[in-house]
Design a protein. Structure first.
Lengths: 401, 708
């Protein structure tokens, strides 16, 4: 069996996912094509050598519809022999694309794959693609499906995380991210975005607030209490009758930011590495996905991580650095508590609360960030995981080679 | 620069009056000049002492467009973007919710000038058919750069906006009202100002549709499936028409599609990015060079013989009421001239009147002329079989069929009645003027005026100077061509003059490819992709293979023992002599022609010209087809067949349809880069033959062309 290696990982800076965001004027295919072009040029790969391109995208309609992977490839003028596929595992789509690529490589059927994700949340808003799990009255009531913010508040309620501890976590995310930017930790991975004339549009993550404070965070109003009052709290309690009252503690400040962005990794086997003179940076050791209760929904990262560790025959103590997507502060805090992880090894350069969560791309971003940091610290192993809508969880373990 | 007047109703009139200029133009100054005015207006607005604003001009034109000289030389993307962005901001400040603004348009408002009008809440134009308004940027490979595209989309919807923007038409006030780009007509200046005041007194707030919560783009956005489907069709139609050679039209559609999905300001910014890209694009530079600089140089009479008074023809005689004669007559009628059409009988001559009638009826149906105008045009036609009717003509143009004896006979008949001052012209395509003028009574007044079919539409006329044609006659011919609003180029009395001679090299190159075993469909399709209006083989059939061969024989005679036979000659001889396939006229050429069916390649063509085993590279074929013409045009310059680069460029575009996005035959070399061009020709010479060797003086000849 051939191993699957990561040769490169890159991403765009993340723009605020609003009409005032720097990437709002950029078409999603432009974002994707920019990263594809950068990947091609950085690695000097003849594009016809690539077997497949797998792109995560969570709201694949309008400008992101009709298989944006193939559209982006054609827009970037890659060889017409290269195929592309868009996949959707909600927030873990970008990581799932990597895992799928690794599986294809390890099967021996394919040898060089581009995997990653794209999401222009300013252009194609979350939830605008409809869907039964979101809007079918029969289904949402039978599975007691609530918005993710309600689920995050439910976690906080059950785990007894108060507002202050969540805000403290959020503050640390901003501080770590700002520090990492300042220290240049992200530089190697960032592909700045220019307009069609080469004029700069965005060079740094736009959502990050280096100057935020606990006082400022405390002033923000809870985002999901109104929604809860509509009846979602009641629906959540029907699934979790032990809860007397859902406490609404998540705000715009301690939840992930809505942003635009794209990320890619280049994955392949050893033979291809030799042929194309690519340097393997890490080996994909194991990948896993699971699913948990759909109401509380966002607790899948820990069991997914445990499954991946089991598949790899590894212990938690074998992992040097951890990334868990900062969908909401309560998600990360529960993950850390469940797996009993040293906080100093988890999300060491901040995460989506500071820099934003471009749904389809985030999994790929996190894996790239983790690999860069392992190299910077000269550590060996890392684990990435994300909680996912519907109760799912996805995890990937890598090891530097 | 901007005069400020305020009346008792708190209505402010701003009068544009740029000092030291004939016209108000959009440049760096105007934004600066408006800054303090806008500030002052904002203060007035705050105080509640401003009811509305009337924007008008003290010049003959309301506001001319942008500064093309600046745009032609502009090389810095950031600078171009910032400039357009600044103007956009100014328009945004002007229209932003609050006080209503009326554009009182007293003269031409074109391009950026009309963008300013679009930035106002209401547009009133004096109903004078001489006034032209619109957004003609696309004709220079440009687009409105300051939000005009997005404003038009919000006012009229994606499809109507696309029609107006991609055609680049200039509208008379009535037509502008009909297509919806203005709101009102006024009889005169006084009524315009009254209507403007009336609008302001009855409008509380100036808020554009895009600044309204409930504002919607008429007909919907590109997100809506029906509109998305329409855009897909528009896109393919565009590709079909332009072969993607004209980036400005593509940009317009892109901006409308992308811009409809985002908010107004973002849409405008997307537009400005495309604008910047276009200003820097070769197609735009080439088109500005040809249609602005070259056009101006010709129209300003750079090559008109000096020292002769302006010729003001009133009455023009036409000999021959065929298609060409009728077309010339109609072109004269359109521009206020009287015409006398003569043919072998009055009945035959009446065909000229019928032609004019049909065209006039069409124009009436399309609303492009008024009824009175139509009547006056028809009243100016005389038909006759009697040459004495030419007595009072200032100019007589012979347009009978291509036979030297017949031509000489009819012109001599006419001459007998014409006065000493008048000019006699022949519309021959292939007989030397010197030969035709041999027996003329006044050979110094005899000139060639070579119109192109259809004569009332093709905007070019070759003025052919015979051996005895006087400079004064050339000057008069030049003035006449200007009167009928066409572009005069002066050419030497050599075979094929300029246009037909150069065009022939395109045809010959196409035939050569056939002989090499290139698939005929590839030749034809790549001709079109290259930007030529027709395939080389199809054009050969149209002209008749004998004519194509005749031009080449004339070339052979001209060069004598220096002549190297073109590889296409053998093919032409075989087609004509052995296969009796002489062209479309005989319904048998490279194509076969059947009634009611589109022409198809002759079914036996591949027996005679079997496909080669080698593969042909598309880009190389395209270059061969174009470079063959370019080299011939340079020979024409060297041999003084054509005397200036502007004439060579516009002559090529309008005379035989050399691609406009290349800026014409000589601009093609600048666009390619002289060194790269020479290198390519050298490669072609080695590979394809001597015809690709370049004239020695090429560099010297085209060096004069560089604009500072």
């Amino acid at each position: 069996m051939s191993e699957a290696y990561i040769f490169d990982a890159l991403r765009t800076p993340r723009g605020r996912g609003k009409t005032s965001g720097a990437l709002y004027e950029v078409k999603p295919i432009d974002l994707l094509a920019t990263t594809l072009t950068a990947l091609k040029e950085r690695n000097q790969i003849p594009t016809q050598e690539v077997d497949d391109v797998l792109i995560g995208c969570v709201t694949p309609i309008d400008d992101q519809g009709y298989n944006i992977a193939k559209a982006g490839l054609l827009h970037a003028d890659w060889a017409e022999s290269v195929g592309g596929m868009q996949i959707n595992r909600y927030c873990a789509s970008g990581l799932e694309a990597v895992n799928l690529a690794a599986s294809k490589v390890r099967s021996g059927w394919e040898s060089l794959i581009v995997a990653g994700g794209i999401e222009s949340m300013s252009r194609v808003p979350i939830g605008s693609d409809g869907g039964a799990l979101m809007y079918d009255p029969e289904l949402i009531n039978s599975v007691k499906f609530v918005p993710q913010g309600i689920a995050a508040d439910l976690i906080a309620t059950i785990e007894d995380f108060d507002r202050e501890i969540l805000d403290e976590y959020a503050l640390s995310s901003h501080q770590k991210a700002a520090n990492a930017w300042e220290a240049g930790y992200f530089e190697g991975a960032i592909i700045p975005i220019f307009d069609r004339n080469g004029l700069p549009l965005l060079k740094q993550d736009e959502h990050i607030r280096p100057d935020t404070s606990l006082e400022r965070l405390a002033q923000l109003t809870p985002s999901f209490s109104e929604m809860g009052e509509y009846g979602f709290d009641a629906l959540a309690k029907q699934a979790f009758p032990m809860v007397s009252q859902v406490r609404h503690v998540h705000t715009a400040g301690n939840s992930c930011g809505i942003v635009d962005g794209a990320a890619l990794l280049l994955i392949g086997n050893e033979q291809k590495a030799q042929e194309l003179d690519l340097k393997a940076r890490a080996r994909i050791v194991a990948a896993a996905n699971i699913s948990v209760n759909p109401t509380i929904m966002l607790t899948g990262a820990a069991p997914a991580s445990e499954k991946a560790l089991r598949l790899a025959g590894m212990k938690k103590s074998d992992i040097d650095l951890w990334e868990c997507n900062e969908a909401f502060a309560s998600v990360v805090l529960k993950y850390q508590r469940d797996l009993d992880i040293d906080p100093d090894t988890l999300n060491v350069n901040g995460g989506a609360i500071a820099m934003g969560h471009p749904l389809g791309a985030t999994g790929a971003i996190l894996l790239g960030t983790l690999l860069d940091e392992l190299e910077r610290r000269d550590l060996q192993t890392g684990l990435v995981s994300l909680c996912v809508g519907g109760g799912m969880g996805v995890a990937t373990i890598i090891e530097r080679v | 620069m901007i005069k400020y007047k305020k009346d008792t109703d708190n209505i402010v009139t701003l009068i544009l009056d740029m000092s030291h200029r004939n016209d108000n133009v959009i440049n760096h100054e105007i934004g600066q000049a408006f800054l303090p005015v806008l500030k002052h207006l904002q203060q007035e607005k705050k105080k509640g002492t401003l009811r509305g604003i009337i924007l008008t001009s003290a010049k003959k034109r309301f506001l001319a467009g942008g500064d093309l000289e600046y745009l032609y030389h502009a090389q810095d993307a950031n600078e171009i973007f910032q400039f357009a962005d600044g103007l956009k901001q100014f328009l945004r400040d002007l229209e932003s919710p609050g006080v209503p603004v009326v554009a009182a348009i007293n003269g031409d408002a074109l391009g950026a000038g009309f963008e300013l009008a679009l930035g106002c809440h209401h547009r009133i134009v004096i109903d004078n058919p001489k006034i032209k308004v619109g957004l003609p940027e696309v004709r220079l490979g440009l687009i409105p750069g300051s939000g005009g595209i997005v404003r038009l989309m919000w006012l009229l919807g994606i499809e109507r906006a696309f029609d107006i923007l991609s055609s680049g038409l200039r509208y008379r006030p009535k037509d502008a009202l009909r297509v919806g780009i203005i709101d009102e007509l006024a009889k005169n200046q006084k009524e315009m100002m009254e209507k403007a005041r009336h609008f302001l007194l009855h409008t509380r707030e100036g808020r554009r549709p895009w600044d309204q919560e409930q504002g919607r783009i008429p007909g919907g956005t590109a997100k809506e499936p029906e509109m998305a489907k329409r855009i897909r069709i528009l896109a393919t139609q565009l590709a079909k028409e332009t072969y993607r050679n004209y980036p400005a039209q593509q940009a317009i559609l892109n901006i409308l599609s992308e811009g409809s999905k985002v908010d107004f300001d973002t849409a405008c910014r997307i537009g400005t990015r495309y604008y910047t890209q276009l200003v820097l694009s070769p197609a735009c530079k080439n088109m500005i060079k040809a249609f602005w600089f070259d056009y101006k140089s010709i129209k300003e009479g750079e090559k008109r013989p000096k020292g002769f008074g302006r010729f003001r023809p009133r009455k023009v005689g036409i000999i021959g009421a065929g298609l060409m004669g009728s077309g010339i007559a109609y072109a004269c009628l359109l521009n206020g001239l009287e015409v006398v059409i003569k043919d072998v009988s009055r009945l035959v001559a009446e065909r000229g009147r019928m032609y004019a009638k049909e065209r006039i009826q069409k124009a009436l149906a399309q609303n492009t002329i008024a009824k009175e105008e139509a009547e006056s045009m028809l009243a100016r036609i005389t038909t006759t079989e009697d040459p004495s009717e030419f007595e009072s003509c200032d100019l007589v143009i012979e347009a009978v069929f291509e036979n030297a004896q017949v031509k000489q006979k009819v012109t001599r008949e006419a001459e007998a009645y014409m006065d000493d001052y008048s000019v006699l012209a022949s519309n021959t395509v292939s007989i030397p003027i010197t030969e035709l003028a041999q027996n003329s009574l006044r050979p110094d007044h005899y000139v060639g005026l070579h119109f192109f079919h259809p004569a009332d539409q093709v905007p070019l006329v070759e003025i052919v100077k015979g051996a005895k044609t006087s400079e004064e006659t050339i000057a008069r011919a030049f003035d006449f061509v200007n009167v009928i609003k066409k572009i005069p180029i002066v050419v030497k009395d050599d075979w094929g003059f300029y246009a037909a001679r150069v065009q022939n090299t395109f045809i010959l190159e196409g035939i050569t490819l056939l002989q090499e075993g290139c698939p005929p469909a590839l030749i034809e399709n790549l001709s079109l992709q290259a930007g030529m209006p027709k395939g080389a083989l199809s054009l050969a059939d149209d002209l008749g293979l004998a004519m194509v061969l005749k031009y080449e024989h004339q070339a052979a005679a001209h060069y004598g023992n220096k002549y190297i036979q073109h590889p296409a000659v053998a093919v032409l001889q075989t087609m004509i002599d052995d296969l009796q396939r002489t062209g479309k006229f005989k319904k048998a050429g490279f194509y076969q022609y059947e009634e009611g069916k589109p022409p198809q390649f002759w079914q036996d063509l591949s027996d005679h010209y079997p496909l080669a085993k080698k593969s042909f590279q598309a880009s190389e074929i395209i270059e061969r087809l174009l470079i063959a013409q370019v080299i011939e045009a340079v020979w024409c310059l060297q041999e003084n067949v054509i005397r200036s680069i502007p004439e060579a460029n516009l002559g090529s575009i309008f005379g035989w349809g050399f691609p406009a996005f290349k800026g014409g035959v000589i601009q093609y070399i600048h666009d390619y880069g002289v060194d790269a061009f020479m290198k390519r020709c050298h490669q072609f010479k080695k590979k394809h033959g001597q015809r690709f060797s370049t004239p020695k003086k090429l560099r010297e000849l085209i060096a004069k062309d560089l604009l500072d």
